[in-house]
Write a protein that binds this ligand. Structure first.
Ligand SMILES: *Cc1c(COP(=O)(O)O)cnc(C)c1O
Length: 368
């Protein structure tokens, strides 16, 4: 890959294939794989990522919002797409674009049935979400009676799957809680089956669930972060390859004297004669202001250069006093070696946040 000549997010599809195959190797051959490509495929590019995964014969996709599903359909994605968090206002579009809604509350279920009937649908595929402890979205166990009575009174929809979401699948200390979530989900699905006389697919695991709870793989798993190269633990990170690299370039170098300041509000003051570089990436590109003032660093010719002063909208300044470099040299914000998860730690956050924050004005480039 040639050196970056402006700020780019480089996407390595071989790494994506590797991560997909690694996660699949954790599953029984018959377990289906749903790829979570919400939020621009975790800040990368949902069209490029979903097209590649579709070519690898992934079984299913999921997005958070309806609009994300519409974008995938416009991009030629033909596999089923689960919309995790639809709103009533989206239901007609969902049916028009063959998207499959998660129905997560009595209000949402009733309204979707109404729309499906108006649109003269028969057995339209839907997915019922149960809350087993995350207390975010989902029906409660004692809603099963209500759900079955609604289902029995219509032919417009058909339940394709029941699912739930783990609250702490990456956290060994919460193992007991997670096991109770799994047990509750089993009870809910048995209850549903005995009332309805058929068993939809079941799914519960995200990436860390796939790794830590093989007994909860059920019929399908839903992986996001693992596909993009992060396993939520040092051990699993070794088996995965970060798919996205954020690269930039040195626009200008300044030599400054002791006590001269750098950036807005004069937040940094030179401790002596120093060399600084200005990089074309700022908080509008996804490098949060919490990275300024020597929290966080970028890599210049293999060496760590701390981010000094306040992060600007379109730029950061870095200290390169002891680094051999020149204007036009490449700068690595993160890649498969200096990982997004390490950078995230310096601002007290997680890989998910730094990846999904990369704004749309950064060009996405598939590495060759
Ligand atoms: C985002 C999301 C996932 C993917 O989780 P990862 O930890 O990224 O694998 C799975 N299921 C639901 C319901 C989600 O919202």
């Amino acid at each position: 890959m040639p050196k970056a000549q402006e700020t780019i997010l480089e996407l390595d599809l071989n790494a994506l294939t590797h991560n997909y195959n690694y996660l699949k190797s954790k599953l029984k051959p018959e377990t289906k794989f749903l790829a979570v490509v919400k939020a621009f495929a975790y800040g990368s590019d949902s069209e490029i990522i979903a097209t590649h995964l579709q070519s690898l014969e992934v079984d299913y996709f999921a997005v958070a919002y309806t609009k994300e599903g519409v974008n995938l359909r416009d991009a030629g994605i033909t596999k089923p797409i689960l919309v995790l968090h639809p709103q009533v206002a989206n239901f007609k579009t969902i049916i028009e674009r063959c998207l499959e809604p998660s129905l997560y509350s009595p209000r949402i279920l009733k309204e979707f049935v109404k729309t499906a009937e108006q649109e003269k649908q028969n057995d339209y595929p839907v997915h019922i979400k149960f809350n087993t402890g995350l207390n975010r979205l989902g029906f409660w166990h004692n809603d099963v009676d209500f759900i079955s009575s609604q289902l029995e009174s219509t032919t417009a929809i058909k339940v394709k799957s029941l699912f739930s979401h783990l609250a702490a699948s990456e956290d060994e200390k919460e193992r007991d809680f997670t096991l109770i979530q799994i047990e509750d989900f089993n009870k809910i699905s048995n209850d549903f089956e005995s009332k309805m006389g058929y068993k939809p697919w079941l799914h519960m695991c995200n990436t860390s669930g796939v790794i830590n709870y093989p007994q909860a793989h059920f019929d399908m798993v839903r992986c996001g972060i693992g596909l993009y190269g992060f396993g939520n633990s040092a051990k699993e990170d070794k088996n995965l390859k970060p798919m996205a690299s954020l690269k930039s370039i040195i626009s200008q170098i300044h030599l400054i004297e002791k006590d001269e300041s750098v950036g807005y509000n004069r937040a940094y003051k030179a401790k002596g004669f120093e060399k600084t570089a200005t990089i074309p990436i700022g908080h509008a590109d996804g490098v949060s202001r919490s990275y300024g003032n020597e929290n966080g660093y970028v890599i210049v010719n293999g060496q760590k250069a701390p981010i000094i002063g306040n992060v600007c909208m379109d730029m950061i300044m870095i200290n390169i006093t002891n680094i051999d470099c020149k204007e036009g040299d490449e700068v690595i914000v993160f890649d498969d070696n200096f990982k997004a998860s390490d950078l995230a730690e310096s601002a007290n956050t997680i890989s998910y946040e730094i990846l999904t924050a990369i704004s749309q004005r950064v060009s996405r480039v598939v590495s060759k």
